[in-house]
Design a protein. Structure first.
Length: 95
């Protein structure tokens, strides 16, 4: 798929249901969590604090390729509104 095609297809994603199923905070501050997105479960996502930007970012589950780079094997577009909802849900689960 060409980049321009991929970008156009990302805009067609329709989110109608989501939930954080489990969350676990590690000693280093990273938070591992599992989600249900439109009925599809994604395990092993990470919420990580970026000290430089003073914000969280979401890392999707990935595997290391033969070339040494990491490739996500699950992904969906995350809007600012969805990310805030995920952060709030995880905070509620961990408190």
């Amino acid at each position: 798929m060409k980049k321009s095609e991929k970008k156009a297809n990302d805009n067609n994603f329709e989110l109608y249901d989501w939930d954080v199923l489990r969350a676990h905070e590690f000693d280093g501050g990273d938070i591992s969590f599992d989600m249900d997105i439109n009925g599809i479960k994604i395990y092993g996502m990470i919420l990580r604090w970026n000290e430089d930007k003073k914000e969280y970012w979401i890392a999707f589950p990935s595997r290391k390729g033969k070339d040494g780079k990491y490739y996500s094997h699950a992904w969906f577009p995350v809007s600012n509104e969805l990310q805030k909802g995920i952060e709030d849900r995880i905070e509620g689960m961990l408190s």
